[in-house]
Design a protein around this ligand. Sequence first.
Ligand SMILES: Cc1cc2nc3c(=O)[nH]c(=O)nc-3n(C[C@H](O)[C@H](O)[C@H](O)COP(=O)(O)OP(=O)(O)OC[C@H]3O[C@@H](n4cnc5c(N)ncnc54)[C@H](O)[C@@H]3O)c2cc1C
Length: 387
Amino acid sequence: MIQAGNIRVLGAGITAHATALLLSQQGWRVQLSAPPQRHHDASVREIRAYAINHRSRATLSACGVWPAHDQAPWITPVRQMRVFGDTTGQLFLDPPSINPPQLTEPHDPVAWMVEVPALEDALLEACQSSDGIATDGVDSTRSTITTDLTVVCEGQTSTHEGFERHKITYPHRAIAARVRSSLPHAGVAQQWFDGERILALLPIGGATGSDLAVVWSVPTAEQQHWLANTSETGTVPLAAELTAQSRNTLGTLRMTAGPVGFPLSVGQVNRWFEGQTVLVGDAAHTIHPLAGQGLNLGLADVQTLADCLATRQRWEAASAPRLMRRYERQRRADTQALQWATHGLFHLFTNDLTRQTPMAWLRNTGLSAFNALPSLKRWAQQQAMGN
Ligand SMILES: Cc1cc2nc3c(=O)[nH]c(=O)nc-3n(C[C@H](O)[C@H](O)[C@H](O)COP(=O)(O)OP(=O)(O)OC[C@H]3O[C@@H](n4cnc5c(N)ncnc54)[C@H](O)[C@@H]3O)c2cc1C
């Protein structure tokens, strides 16, 4: 389909590049505005590894950056997810035996861990070699090109007139780091709720390795303690704490990079589009990383926006309210459902009241009961896979 107009995409992250690629494939002339000085600093960039679900993999394949048969050194298949409560509760998620149509193949993993710098580089390269995408490298506010639609992918610090962000800042912050374990990870992603902290150890470096990405959600004061302590006494005490928090499941952990701190919030903008401007990714919503879904939601935004624009009639503008409303309706509902589930889980395991014995018993029994119920478990599996 040949589209005639110009679309401006603001942002320097994964959703901005994916948006530019999908829309240029539809024939739009895309202006990608990404001021170089806004890139993350190197230590933050290098430490990031994200869980990518099946839906996101389909979008990244459509962008032309996902390798055939998932084969690349920056991709690690996750064959099982294990979640442990603070006492006996546990939930194991495997790929469903009955595959949902279109997205999965038999024997597909539950998800893939992806090294973010490698994915970002692949997307940047694809944009630079696309005839339909112009990158200006200047602040969007100074661009003079007339556009039919501006897609804002500037992340959670984005501010644009007419859009208001309603958010709750968690009393927690995330510590991200890299560790190597004395036992192989075997492609298993694991998460522990200990009553106050939530630790995830996520397999990277290939299916048979022992490198792991750490995402540890801790009370704000504790994060400050660990970041300050590490610069004074090195990473050994933090590695020992992570070994204890993970209940020695993977043997002894040794730090290989980090730690780096991130603020955590949940929220959404009051509206997803206004006039000729539409928001995508963290610019529109944030979520606690305990379910590893922030970018997956953002890539689902990108795909839905592209799908809505693909149904545009010749006489309609790219920013036609009919199209934008459909985009907002679909994405708001999907995002809210996951935000509520994640927010509920955070409070179920970290709130003061729930540390009392009856509540602790209830939530751990609940987690194990969930594990034993095939229909509920299948639902959770589908959510994790993004279906
Ligand atoms: C510890 C942690 C772990 C996470 N793990 C996962 C995971 O496993 N799976 C998952 O799906 N998600 C995960 N997330 C969430 C994920 O990081 C975000 O949802 C995702 O990065 C959002 O992508 P984005 O492109 O919308 O925004 P960003 O990644 O924030 O990118 C926005 C970009 O736009 C640039 N920019 C800002 N202003 C402008 C401007 N005016 N013009 C042009 N460019 C601008 C910024 O510099 C930035 O480069 C995690 C988050 C955290 C904190």
